[in-house]
Write a protein that binds this ligand. Structure first.
Ligand code: MG
Ligand code: ZN
Length: 348
């Protein structure tokens, strides 16, 4: 009799586990087109963590009003599943504010996190929590984050919270949150809502000394999310691959890619150990119209040519691993990344 009960309970446990919602980790390399990946991979001794992914797809990045998108329109497309005008965050082309995948997940009892190497109010992270007509409304975006419920966030831009035109100190107003000032404090902190604002303004390039490393922040962030005992949605951005390409500086692009690649490696290791984590790695657009024209794998020196100091319109790759990862093969609109993530959440 006891044995039967044990068997029955084991079955129920297995059933519950099978129905658990998957963690979703969306990793965006800003400006990380296929050439940035190729360049970074060859410069990294011909290796990238992206080689371990199960499926590869291609995403059409154009905006509602322009063939060449910016990070606001493309961030909104992936976050909320709508094409909108360049510069606009979280609002569609008919002026209707949209719920983001982060917000939809939160409604389904997910925990949520954002970790970026730009300021936390920059267009890409803002697409997941803010609704503004211009990405330049940094103070409004900061205010919306202060009124949001994201459980954990890491990024620069403190000045938009504390040195404001309205004289408010949003960090003081965010009394549900604990703010930490070092990676040690970040690692030790064991609170419900956690913010780590890494720089007063935009964080510097890795080549100019940016700390802490994105992969270290991500590993800690993943432990914290896992410890909450609920499914989670996390967006991690390698923000400055784009900035290196805007500057037309190969070494800037390569160094930022390498850090992002290490972060992808860390996320993939987490996902493999966890078994119920969907990982998606993509870009919002290509930057620089980069062509890779020569170089050497042996010394890691790459020779290329940038065709613009802006973005380009070419499709960008999408890599996926984990439950529902098969949905991400093929060619589709960037808005479909939202649809596919939603499907992954709802498939449970
Ligand atoms: Mg960005
Ligand atoms: Zn850009």
């Amino acid at each position: 009799m006891k044995k039967n009960l044990f068997v029955a309970l084991s079955f129920i446990t297995i059933l519950i586990q099978a129905q658990e919602s998957p963690n979703i980790i969306l990793m965006i390399g800003d400006g990380m087109g296929l050439t940035q990946i190729s360049t970074g991979m060859y410069a990294n001794n011909n290796q990238t963590a992206l080689e371990d992914f199960s499926y590869v797809g291609l995403s059409k990045t154009y905006a509602f009003d322009k063939l060449v998108t910016d990070s606001a329109a493309s961030g909104t497309a992936m976050a909320s599943g709508v094409k909108t005008l360049n510069g606009v965050i979280g609002i569609d082309s008919k002026n209707v504010p949209q719920k983001s995948i982060l917000e939809i997940c939160a409604e389904q009892d997910y925990k949520t996190a954002l970790i970026v190497t730009s300021s936390i109010v920059h267009a890409t992270p803002a697409s997941f929590y803010a609704k503004v007509h211009s990405r330049r409304q940094y103070e409004d975006i900061a205010l919306q984050l202060s009124e949001h419920y994201v459980d954990l966030f890491v990024g620069g831009g403190k000045k938009h919270f504390i040195a404001r035109e309205d004289k408010r100190n949003l960090l003081n107003e965010m009394d549900e949150y604990t703010f930490v000032n070092s990676i040690r404090e970040f690692g030790r902190s064991n609170v419900n809502k956690l913010g780590y604002i890494t720089y007063d303004d935009e964080p510097p390039a890795l080549l100019k000394g940016r700390k802490p490393a994105l992969d270290e922040l991500t590993k800690i962030g993943l432990e914290k999310m896992k410890a909450k005992g609920k499914p989670f949605f996390m967006m991690i951005e390698g923000s400055q691959i784009d900035w290196g390409a805007h500057a037309n500086e190969m070494e800037y692009v390569i160094s930022e890619f390498k850090e992002f690649d290490k972060t992808i490696q860390a996320v993939l290791e987490f996902a493999k150990a966890d078994g119920n984590t969907l990982v998606i790695v993509t870009a919002d657009h290509e930057t620089g119209g980069l062509s890779l024209l020569g170089g050497n794998i042996s010394d890691g020196k790459m020779e290329g040519k940038f065709n613009t100091e802006g973005h380009s319109a070419s499709m960008v790759p999408v890599f996926s691993y984990g439950p529902s990862s098969e949905l991400f093969s093929g060619i589709y609109e960037n808005t479909a990344i939202f649809d596919k993530m939603l499907k992954a959440v709802e498939s449970n």
